[in-house]
Design a protein around this ligand. Structure first.
Ligand code: HEC
Length: 153
């Protein structure tokens, strides 16, 4: 019985993640717009998490938010095709060309975000607000670490 319930929960989380994934722009035709949408969804999620923490709300539902963000992060790599950096295209982008000359370092920072999200998700699932708050700083640090090096001001 417990098992059936957890499977249903997993499916619900997966469905929720799918529904909330940005889909209004085509990744193939406009990877720059598609990656910006994902980053905007990160911002919305980070703000939502911050809101719950500020209000001392129940942190447990935030585990699903972290999972959702992790799924969105998985979709980023193909949205950074070569030639789509700032100054390499007529499109407006803050992606620095250094991404493509240091691809392993860029990918490492994407992995670091996923690790921070997993740590956060684990903390949130325990319901421990203090631990969740600390883990949230890890997410923030992971966003900044990539922006500092790979995003134009
Ligand atoms: C692996 C690197 C990396 C990580 C990790 C990362 N970002 Fe970014 N982010 C970028 C790059 C590169 C851009 C510029 C994209 C562009 O303009 O094409 C960007 C752009 C953005 C933007 C502006 C999007 C727009 O509409 O122009 C926001 C907001 C943002 N990121 C938020 C976040 C948040 C919040 C996190 C953490 C949860 C995060 N990012 C993690 C690399 C990263």
């Amino acid at each position: 019985m417990t098992r059936a319930v957890s499977i249903i929960a997993a499916v619900a989380i997966a469905a929720g993640a799918l529904v909330s994934l940005p889909s209004s722009v085509s990744a193939q035709s406009d990877p720059i717009a598609a990656r910006k949408e994902i980053f905007q969804s990160f911002l919305r999620n980070v703000r939502a998490i911050n809101g719950v923490l500020q209000a001392n709300g129940d942190v447990r539902p935030l585990a699903a938010t972290a999972q959702e963000m992790s799924a969105a992060a998985d979709r980023l790599a193909p949205l950074f095709p070569a030639g789509t950096g700032q100054g390499q295209t007529s499109a407006t982008t803050r992606a620095l060309p250094e991404i493509w000359t240091n691809l392993p370092a860029f990918q490492e920072r994407a992995v670091a975000l996923k690790t921070a999200l997993a740590t956060f998700g684990t903390a949130a699932a325990t319901g421990d607000a203090a631990q969740t708050r600390t883990a949230f700083q890890g997410i923030d640090a992971a966003c900044s670490a990539c922006h500092t090096r790979f995003r134009a001001r």
